[in-house]
Design a protein around this ligand. Sequence first.
Ligand code: GAR
Length: 206
Amino acid sequence: MSEKKARIAVLVSGGGTNLQALIGAQNRGLLHSGEIQLVISNNAGAYALERAKKAGIPTRTIVKKELGSQAAFEAAIRETLEKQEIDLVVLAGFLAILSEDFTSRYPKRILNIHPSLIPSFCGAGYYGLRVHEEALKKGVKVTGATVHYVNEIPDGGEILMQKAVSVRENDTPETLQKRVMRLAEWKILPAAVEMVCQKLTERNEA
Ligand code: GAR
């Protein structure tokens, strides 16, 4: 086994508990085929940035409004990724849309965590708490989380890992969100990132 690790960038927008799960996995050696080099936020107030700083990971804030267009926003992200020679981009609660122009440049190099069992409660407009509100409205008894590759279809890329979580009768969107995070997201995201980094580093060795 080569010592070379895949270089990971994590893109965030908010609280960053999934980023924290990745940092924890890295510290415990569960994530060992890759290393988080950089955290990019599209929101200057994201608590995820504090988590990155505490872990000694460099951060960048790239705000679409300040750049004036989607094209300029994506160009700034691309430039940052290229400068850092990033191998794998992980969307961990990154709530901005990335266009096909962006995603097509990184085939099987972008992962996303989504808080439902895709193909339920996913696609345009389904993010954060809204996903759990819709799951409760529908009355599903089982929900969960999915890690998938990102392509041009929102939440439509190849599925890598899923974990189911039972819905309880007295669940609110908030209690369900917390349980899905704790029992599913924080487990499958680090596991899927390690799996993909292993593939990437094996490919580099060949
Ligand atoms: C997570 O539940 C993640 O699955 C979801 O946003 C939350 C971010 O939390 N992502 C989406 O809904 C993407 N469509 P975090 O900032 O604490 O990781």
